[in-house]
Write a protein that binds this ligand. Structure first.
Ligand code: HAM
Length: 436
């Protein structure tokens, strides 16, 4: 019987062989995301991982790869069509409508961190369960909001220390400009479509804009000479886009206008953007998003402008490693291991450890009954800073020998003066590295 993980999904372990699957790195990145969300006055929203499949079909788009090819859909025991969420935006919109979360507008700024599911061909950087830090901002039409959200994603990467990133930006205009562009694009592609990839031929009929996004080299050659969507923007959408660019320049954010950037979800309007990394190979998008005015209304909610983005945590962590930045992030250190010598000492060790934990000392008791030598080796292996042996003598005298594992130096400590001991444990903490 095969009970292994399914293809394209993975475990996150305290310290994994593939370093990117180590939980301390995830905790670090998530903490940076949460702090960023705090500073940008966003509030956390958590929605279920399962939704009615129809929700995504309607809102992400029946013709998108995400819905047509990649969605996990099943019937529950009640006969409902269920989807594992492939992305977060649509669920957030559903939640806002269902909970009537609509005032006041200026505080409708949300973030989420969690898993998304896409049945895609697994490869480096592309998983069937991936995790996103996502942001959704409701009710603001101003182009400055677009620039602020792009700046937010760039600030996330800069806080993480990721260098040399450029935002690729484009405008898809409103529905009318897109319809005009679609016509021009179809006209141009007509002469070439016979020689293009199967995917593009299928999209030609159903969703021609997505052809611009083709990864096929021959398709790309043809698409490079296609009309530009930017020439079809309405005056108003053009002015909106100009202002976004102006603001990005004013903020010193490097950007590149990429008229071929269309994104893989149908709900976008006007500004779209993506940040890619040269360190990621084929799956190079670290994050992307854009304006999606109209989505709430499409789902039966009020007509409010919307802007958001999502970033992939797997890819962020992989870039941190490739840039050599992960080495600077350490798992939380084990401050103290207490080694009791017999049953009586085990009881004392337990209560003593509880006392230390009340004072936030990260410690554990080695209950395994190992010989001291082996217990010292195990504690050193676990990366512990200090070790305290408790035996008959220590219990009788109330004095113990605290061993600093990095150099083996021992200091006598009074077990009754817990505050003094805690001070000692925490103050020499940083010296371990210096000794090594
Ligand atoms: P998305 O571009 O589909 O946008 O996904 C956002 C990010 O999630 C990508 O840039 C990538 O880093 C990561 N990602 C996506 N699929 C995978 C995968 N199979 N494996 C690993 N990482 C992946 C959205 O999902 C939109 N909801 C973003 C948004 C929010 N737009 C407006 N608001």
């Amino acid at each position: 019987m095969d009970i292994g993980t399914l293809p394209g999904v993975f475990d996150i372990l305290p310290k994994a062989k593939d370093l990117w699957r180590s939980s301390y790195l995830w905790q670090y990145v998530e903490a940076v995301c949460r702090k960023l969300a705090h500073d940008y006055a966003l509030s956390e929203i958590r929605t279920p991982l399962i939704e009615r499949a129809d929700l995504f079909c309607r809102a992400v788009g029946e013709e998108t790869d995400i819905v047509a090819k990649e969605m996990y859909v099943f019937q529950d025991r009640g006969g409902r069509e269920i989807a594992l969420r492939p992305e977060g935006t649509v669920s957030v919109m559903r939640a806002l409508i269902e909970n009537n979360e609509f005032t006041p507008i200026q505080t409708m700024r949300y973030f989420y961190i969690g898993p998304m599911f896409r049945y895609d061909r697994p490869q480096a950087g592309r998983y069937r369960q991936h995790h996103q830090f996502g942001v959704e901002i409701v009710g603001i039409e101003a182009p400055e909001q677009d620039a602020e959200a792009i700046a937010m994603m760039m600030q996330l990467f800069s806080r993480l220390g990721l260098p040399h990133l450029t935002a690729h930006i484009n405008s898809l205009g409103n529905a009318t400009s897109r319809a005009n562009f679609r016509e021009a694009l179809l006209k141009y592609l007509e002469a070439h479509i016979g020689s293009m990839s199967e995917d593009s031929q299928r999209r030609f009929v159903r969703n021609p804009l997505r052809i611009l996004d083709s990864k096929d080299p021959h398709d790309q050659e043809i698409v490079a000479k296609a009309p530009s969507i930017l020439d079809y923007l309405s005056h108003e959408d053009g002015a909106h886009f100009e202002r976004v660019k102006e603001m990005l320049s004013a903020l010193g954010i490097p950007y590149h206008v990429s008229p071929l950037l269309v994104r893989g979800l149908d709900y976008y309007q006007k500004t779209v953007f993506e940040v890619t990394s040269g360190k990621l190979g084929a799956q190079n998008s670290l994050g992307g998003g854009g304006r999606y005015d109209g989505l709430l209304q499409q789902l039966g909610g009020p007509e409010l402008p919307l802007f958001g983005f999502g970033t992939g945590l797997e890819r962020i962590i992989q870039v941190l490693i490739r840039e050599g930045l992960a080495e600077k992030i350490s798992p939380p250190e084990l401050t103290l291991v207490i080694v009791p010598m017999d049953e009586k000492a085990r009881g004392k060790a337990l209560s003593f450890a509880e006392e230390l934990r009340r004072r936030s000392v990260r410690c554990l008791v080695d209950y395994t009954g190992k010989r001291i030598k082996n217990a010292v080796a195990a504690a050193a292996d676990a990366g512990a800073c200090w070790l305290l042996v408790l035996g008959e003598r220590e219990l009788e005298t109330g004095v113990g020998a605290l061993k600093f594992l990095a150099d083996g130096a021992q200091t006598e400590v009074s077990l009754d003066q817990v505050d003094v001991l805690v001070h000692r444990l925490l103050s020499r903490h940083g010296e371990k590295e210096a000794v090594q």
